[in-house]
Design a protein around this ligand. Structure first.
Ligand SMILES: C[S@@+](CC[C@H](N)C(=O)[O-])C[C@H]1O[C@@H](n2cnc3c(N)ncnc32)[C@H](O)[C@@H]1O
Length: 259
C-alpha cells in the first residue's frame, strides 16, 4: 500500500484534478456518495467520471439531504436517509463508492469503511477524501485550531463533529479495512483561503456568528473568549487550510477457481 506522500515541496494537486485523472476514462457505473451533505463532493465526482449510470446520495441528516436536494446536482440523483455504519443496501451493488470529509463526523469510522467495502462490487472503486490534521507551520496550526473550535461548537449544538485525522490515523484506518485491495494514496492540495477571510476582525465576526447558536449555553462566555483569542491568532499567523488525503481503493476482484 502506498503511504500519504510527505513531500511538501511536490506540486499541490487539487482534489478535482486527482479525481479527474483517475476517472476520466472510467465508467463509474452505479455510484454511492456517503455523507453527501450539500453535494459539494458529489458534483466533483459526477463531472470527473467519464460515465456513470446512477447516483445514490446518502446522509443520516435530513437537513443535509434537503440541502442536497436544493443544490445544483446532476439530474436523477436518488437520496436516501441512512447512517454509514449500517447501510440499507445489499452486498456489491455499486461500482463506485465515495466518502468525503465525513470520517471525522461519523460515530464509527472503521465500521463505515467496512460498509463501503461491503457494498462495492469486486473490482469496484472506493474513494475516500478527507481533510487531514497537519500543523507543520504556524498558519496550518491556526487552521487546525479553527476547525477544532468549530467542532467543539457543533458538538454542543448536537452535531457530531470531531478532531480531524492525522495522516498516520487515516493510513491506519485504510490499512485495517482494505488490506487485501489495491490502494493508492495521494495528498491533495487544500482549498485556497480567501484573502478577505484572513483579517482579525473578519474572522472574529465569523466566529461570533458561528457561536450565536450557543448564546444561551452556560459555556458561551468561555467559548466567546476562545473565539477572540483565535481571531487574534489568525491576525498574527494567517491560516493555511489543511491538505487532504485522497485515497483510491480498487476492491480485489473475485477469484474463480477451476478444478
Ligand atoms: C462536512 S460534511 C461533508 C459533505 C460532503 N461529503 C462534502 O464533501 O462536502 C459531513 C457529512 O457527514 C454526514 N454524516 C454524519 N454522520 C454520518 C454517518 N454516521 N454516516 C454517514 N454520514 C454521516 C453529515 O450529516 C454531513 O452531511
Amino acid at each position: 500500500m502506498h503511504s500519504i506522500p510527505e513531500d511538501r515541496a511536490a506540486p499541490a494537486v487539487s482534489e478535482f484534478a486527482l479525481l479527474r485523472s483517475r476517472l476520466r476514462n472510467h465508467d463509474c457505473g452505479r455510484v454511492l456518495d456517503l455523507g453527501c451533505g450539500d453535494g459539494r463532493f458529489l458534483r466533483l465526482l459526477a463531472s470527473a467520471c467519464r460515465r456513470y449510470s446512477r447516483i445514490t446520495a446518502v446522509d443520516p441528516d435530513k437537513d443535509a439531504l434537503d440541502e442536497g436536494r436544493r443544490a445544483a446536482l446532476p439530474r436523477g440523483v436518488r437520496f436516501v436517509q441512512a447512517a454509514g455504519e449500517l447501510l440499507p443496501f445489499s452486498d456489491s451493488v455499486f461500482e463506485t463508492v465515495a466518502l468525503a470529509d465525513a470520517l471525522h463526523h461519523v460515530r464509527d469510522p472503521l465500521r463505515v469503511l467496512r460498509e463501503l467495502r461491503r457494498v462495492v462490487a469486486p473490482g469496484g472503486l472506493v474513494i475516500v477524501s478527507e481533510v487531514l490534521r497537519v500543523a507543520e507551520s504556524n498558519a496550518e496550526a491556526t487552521a487546525v485550531r479553527l476547525h477544532h473550535f468549530k467542532a467543539r461548537v457543533d458538538a454542543r449544538t448536537g452535531i457530531r463533529h470531531r478532531r480531524t485525522v492525522s495522516p498516520a490515523e487515516l493510513q491506519q484506518l485504510v490499512s485495517a479495512v482494505f488490506a487485501d485491495d489495491e490502494v493508492r494514496v495521494y495528498r491533495g492540495s487544500p482549498p485556497a483561503a480567501p484573502a478577505a477571510e484572513q483579517g482579525r476582525y473578519a474572522h472574529a465576526r465569523r466566529l461570533r456568528r458561528y457561536l450565536r447558536a450557543l448564546r444561551h449555553d452556560p459555556r458561551y462566555p468561555i467559548l466567546r473568549a476562545v473565539a477572540e483569542t483565535l481571531a487574534g491568532r489568525v491576525a498574527l499567523t494567517g491560516y493555511t487550510p489543511a491538505p487532504r488525503g485522497v485515497i483510491f481503493v480498487r476492491k480485489r476482484p473475485q477469484r474463480f477457481y477451476s478444478r
